[in-house]
Each structure stands twice: as C-alpha cells, then as structure tokens.
Design a binder for this molecule. Structure first.
Ligand SMILES: Nc1ncnc2c1ncn2[C@@H]1O[C@H](COP(=O)(O)OP(=O)(O)OP(=O)(O)O)[C@@H](O)[C@H]1O
Ligand SMILES: [Mg+2]
Length: 501
C-alpha cells in the first residue's frame, strides 16, 4: 500500500493511488488534503478555456484546484468541462476524461460541432477518454481511474458525472471515502480535477455532501426562461483566493464556437466626458453652446407624431465634427432608415447621390429585433455591434420598443446605466431616440442623459416645438421654423462636404 503521495507532493506514487476504503483514516486524509491546498503547488495557472472568464478570473485554476461544474440537465456541464480540458490540452497539459454516461463517439461528435476536436487531441497524445459503465462495484471504478492516472500522468482529470458514481454507493462511510478520493485527485496529479455534478431543475444548490465546501472553485450553470427565450447563466459560487464581484454571468452555446460568455463591463466610477464639439447649427449653438464627446442625449417625440428630424439633427453634430455614427434601430431596417434620412436631407440638398455616398461612408446602419434576445444577450449584441463599428456617435433608435416591457426590470435599468457610463468613458456620444410611451419612461431616459430634446406638439397638433434641456441649465424652446433652419444648415453643410474624405 502506498500512502506517500499524501506526505510529500513531490514524492507520490501512482501504483496504488488510493487504498481501498476500509483501510483509510478519513480525518487524517482530509487534514492532509487541506494542508496541501493551503500552499499552492506552484504559480502556474490553468486556463478556463473562455477568454472573457480568463480575463475576469486570471488566477482561478492552479495546480491542486478542485473544480465543481454543477448544473441543470442540458445546461452545458459536459461542454464546459470539455472546454477547460481542451484548452489546457492544447497547451500541452494532458487531459483524462472519465465518463459514466456518454459514449466516446457521441461526446466527440457533439464537441466537434462546438469547436472542440477531441479526435485531433487524442491523435497527438494529449487526451484520453475512458467510459466506465455504471456499476455496483465502486472500487473497480476507482481502480480504473487510478490505473489511467498512473499509466498516463494527466494534468487534468474530468469526472462526468460524480452523481452517477455516488448514486450507486449506499453506505455513508463509503460515500465519504469516495468523496475524499475525488478531493485527493488534484493533489495526486498536481493539476486540476473537474467534477461534474448534476442539479435537478429548479434546484440551485449542490446537494452532493460536503463537496461544495471542499472544492476550490464551484461553477453553477443555470437555465432560465425569459420571454419564452432560453437564457443561460454561469454562477461563480466559489472561487477560493480570487476576488469575485460578478456573481452571475450570461452565456450561450454556439455551433463551432462552444461556450461564449458575456461579461458586462461595469465601471466602478462615473465616466468622464471628453473634448468639446461644435453643435450642428446656429440655433443649437445658441442653446447648447457646445457638446462634449461622451455626452448622452435623449430625443423624444409623441408616438403619433414621428419627428423624422431627430436622427438628422444628430448626424449634423457628427458631420460637423467629422465623426462616424452607428445607428442601431429597433424599428427600421437599414434600407428604410436610409430612405428616411435621404428624404429629410434632400429638402435642402438636391444632390441625392452625394448625400447617399456621404451617408454610406460615415453612417453605419444596423437593425435589431430586441425581442429575439434576453436582456443580457441583447446587451451583448449591442456591445458587439459597437465594438465592430468603431463609431464615435452611437444612436439607439426607437428605444421605446425594448423599453415597453423591460423598463420595470432592475436588470434593464442597471444595464442601461452601465452602458451609458462605459460609453461615456470611451468618449462616445450616446443618443437614444424614442416615441413617448409614458411619463415614467420619459423621466428614466431623461435622468440618464446630459442633454434632453423633446418634440412637443402645438395646441392645433399641426406643428411642434422642440424643448431642449442641458443638465444643470435652463430649458430652451425652438419652434418648427428654427428646427427647419437647423436642418437646412446641416443639409447645406452636407452638400459642400468632401465626399471622398
Ligand atoms: N452544435 C450546437 N450548437 C449550439 N448548441 C449546442 C450544440 N450542441 C449542443 N448544444 C447545446 O448544448 C447543450 C448541452 O450541453 P451539454 O451536453 O454540455 O449539457 P449537460 O449539462 O452536460 O447535459 P446533461 O445534463 O445531459 O449531461 C444543449 O442544451 C444544447 O442546447
Ligand atoms: Mg453532460
């Protein structure tokens, strides 16, 4: 019998990694395991296999870490365990995958579709899969795992899933022995053990003995239904020795890409505005004096009076200051948006081709159905459009559409505020254009903005006035003619702009 692995981390033997359960002194084993954990085996870290999580938690996995990946049925436990295994194997850390459920063929095929090529890893000698049929004799299962560990010396061992094994053990003593065996694996291999644990639907606690307390890292994968859409979250329940501020991180599983998480950027401070810009026309210059990069602007019109002037006014600021604009519309397709913009500009600049060329060069138009996404996925989609576009002015058009049903959700309001702050810090001008739904929503968007412009109909409803507030300053009113003069100035500026620049 060889116990040396418990006494010195450099002096273990593989031939009999764990003695059969009745020979073991459980208390002694547990305290020895804890003393190993207390001193980290080295400064080397393992990858989580997901870039965003590696950035967020760079020192999460170190040699000796025991990781529990728990989750609801079909939540992605096998995919996450395989992702960690795969990314580290690609860096030369051999991975042993022990499955009590799936066959080799099924696992390899499903993972291949998710961008994880176990066939290739196996050929390179970096990956070994063993399937152990569910059996009454747990000792035999443990012996099979031990044999694979000792003959192959992996740095990562995945056990998928531990429930299957624990379920066949009835006696509490033997269960405790088996759990302690799992706990010992990371130290034995001087690497990481990933224990997959199943959670019944609607339960979010790991109910597998004391495992949650002993593990170094506990990741819980959860399913939720939002507006009939499946949304997935990773909860970082525990990350020993690593500061965690974000408790729940949304993720999706994508063909060829595997697990993609979206870590919403959050600034602990309020973003600072950037350099001063010229307003687009004389009347707005008189009212606003100047605008800052990083300002947020809210433009609202009554639902029954769609003021097409809103977006052209903003484009006026962009053209005047040679800035690129991204318009994300929740209502119009890019083609409809182009036609509406041309209709306004051609009133004062008849060179439609020139206007079209300038729009094509300086304005990126995107449309998005907000109801195709959960709040967090929608936000992720917006950030990816913003990052791709590298524009200076970001216009969200018809924000009343997502807001109608989401504005009472605290997640929506906090994500809106975080988005304003992040974009302010990046010195983007953020513009939200909305039809007025109600006072509450109007006030929420106004509070989040540095400049508020509201089109308010005149008594006869034939015309409107534009009320403009700048945070901390008194309000101004422009009448219909003054707004038209402003649009004329913007359009004329367009007409003389150099379309090649
Ligand atoms: N090619 C694919 N493209 C997108 N999503 C996929 C693809 N293949 C699988 N999925 C998603 O991955 C999920 C299953 O992942 P996985 O098998 O890792 O879950 P699990 O938690 O291990 O499931 P189980 O409880 O059955 O063990 C499925 O719900 C499916 O939606
Ligand atoms: Mg699975």
């Amino acid at each position: 019998m060889c116990y040396r692995f418990m006494l010195s981390i450099d002096d273990y033997c593989f031939s009999s990694i764990v003695p059969i359960y009745h020979d073991i002194d459980l208390n002694g084993l547990i305290s020895l395991i804890y003393s190993f954990r207390a001193k980290r085996l080295s400064d080397m870290h393992f990858s989580i296999g997901i870039d965003e999580l590696n950035k967020l938690l760079p020192e999460l996995l170190y040699p000796g870490s025991m990781v529990v990946v728990a989750g609801h049925p079909g939540s992605g436990k096998t995919t996450l365990a395989s992702t960690i295994c795969y990314s580290n194997a690609l860096r030369g850390h051999r991975c042993l995958y022990v499955s009590f459920q799936e066959t080799r063929e099924k696992l390899y095929r499903v993972m291949k579709n998710l961008g994880i090529d176990f066939y290739e890893l196996e050929k390179k000698g970096l990956y070994v899969f063993i399937r152990i049929p569910i059996m009454k004799n747990v000792e035999e299962a443990v012996e099979s795992i031990n044999r694979a560990i000792s003959s192959w010396n992996p740095k990562i061992v995945v056990i998928d899933s531990i429930n299957t094994l624990l379920q066949v053990v009835e006696s509490p003593d033997r269960r405790a022995w088996l759990q302690n065996y799992f706990y010992a694996i990371p130290d034995i291999i001087k690497g990481i053990a990933i224990l997959v644990a199943e959670l019944p639907m609607d339960i979010e606690r790991v109910e597998i003995g004391s495992i949650e307390f002993v593990a170094d890292v506990v990741l819980i994968l959860k399913h939720r239904i939002e507006r009939g859409l499946l949304t997935r979250y990773i909860e970082i329940r525990k990350a020993r020795g690593v500061p965690v501020t974000l408790a729940e991180i949304p993720y999706t599983i994508l063909t060829d890409k595997g697990i993609k998480v979206f870590v919403p950027p959050i600034l602990s401070e309020v973003g600072r505005p950037g350099v001063e810009l010229e307003p687009p026309c004389r009347s707005l210059k008189e009212v606003l004096d100047h605008i800052h990069m990083g300002h947020s602007i809210y433009i609202e019109y009554p639902a029954d009076l769609r003021a097409v002037e809103a977006a052209p006014l903003i484009l006026g600021i962009a053209f005047r200051n040679k800035l690129k604009t991204l318009i994300i519309s929740y209502l119009y397709s890019p083609e409809t948006m182009t036609e509406l913009l041309l209709r306004v500009f051609k009133r004062f600049c008849s060179d439609v081709d020139k206007v079209r060329t300038i729009l094509q060069k300086n304005v990126i138009l995107k449309s998005m159905n907000p109801y195709a996404y959960s709040i967090s996925e929608g936000l992720a989609k917006e950030y990816s459009l913003i990052n791709e576009a590298t524009a200076d002015v970001i216009v969200f058009h018809s924000v009343e559409i997502p807001a109608i049903i989401e504005y009472r959700d605290p997640v929506y309001i906090s994500s809106l505020y975080n988005q304003v702050n992040i974009l302010k810090q990046k010195h983007k001008i953020v513009v939200r254009i909305a039809s007025k739904i109600n006072d509450e929503l109007s006030n929420i968007f106004s509070v989040l903005s540095d400049i508020v412009m509201k089109f308010i109909p005149t008594e006869n409803k034939q015309n409107y006035r534009l009320y403009i507030w700048r945070r901390g300053m008194r309000s101004f009113v422009l009448d219909n003619n003054e707004v038209n003069e402003c649009l004329e100035e913007i359009s004329k500026h367009l007409c003389i702009m150099d379309e090649t620049s």
